[in-house]
Design a protein around this ligand. Sequence first.
Ligand SMILES: [Zn+2]
Length: 224
Amino acid sequence: MRGGPRERRRFPSNVFRYADAGRRVLYDTGYAPSPWRTGLAGRIYRRLLPPVIDPGETIAAQLDPTDVTHVVLSHLHPDHIGGLVHFPHATLVLHPALLTTLAHPRLTDGVLAGLLPDWFDRARRIVVGEFGPGPFGLATHDLFGDDSYHLVDLPGHARGHLGALVAGHALARRRRRLGPGPPRPGGSDARRAAPDHCRRRRASAYRKATARGRAPGRPPAALP
Ligand SMILES: [Zn+2]
């Protein structure tokens, strides 16, 4: 920040897991360990935002990848797609604009396509069709049609950015309630949480969040 003190800050790269009777859904996959093999753009990224991945902190070290049925990619920045390589058997859940980004990448998109696995184009996938009025006034898509997992259209941070409301909770960077009342359309805490969770320098973080049951009528709270 201009005029402010210079300091280093660490930001976790969170990953969330949702499980119910038949599905294990991963939201994002964290950073990839070195080497990235992403050329000059990757070197610049690592210079500006050096990821730190301690032993045992990769997503594959913290769960059984073969147990995951679906992977939701919130967007394509490196701290979200680095672990995708471990999930070739899972069904990917993608915003259609994310595919537009891949087909016609812009420098400002901040996408390092070399981090995507070579099977990405062949993977089973669900491309989200339409968003409609959902809980708390957000534009959402009911992923499984049973009200358990709502994807949220989150324009502004990246093309094709997806959030999620899971069993009455919002997936967010850290624990905090989004209340006291329902978030405002276009101005919710869930929406504001999206940009800053990408300014991170540390990939720590697989946060296991298994949500069971729903809490109708309650404002969403962030999973741990
Ligand atoms: Zn991002």
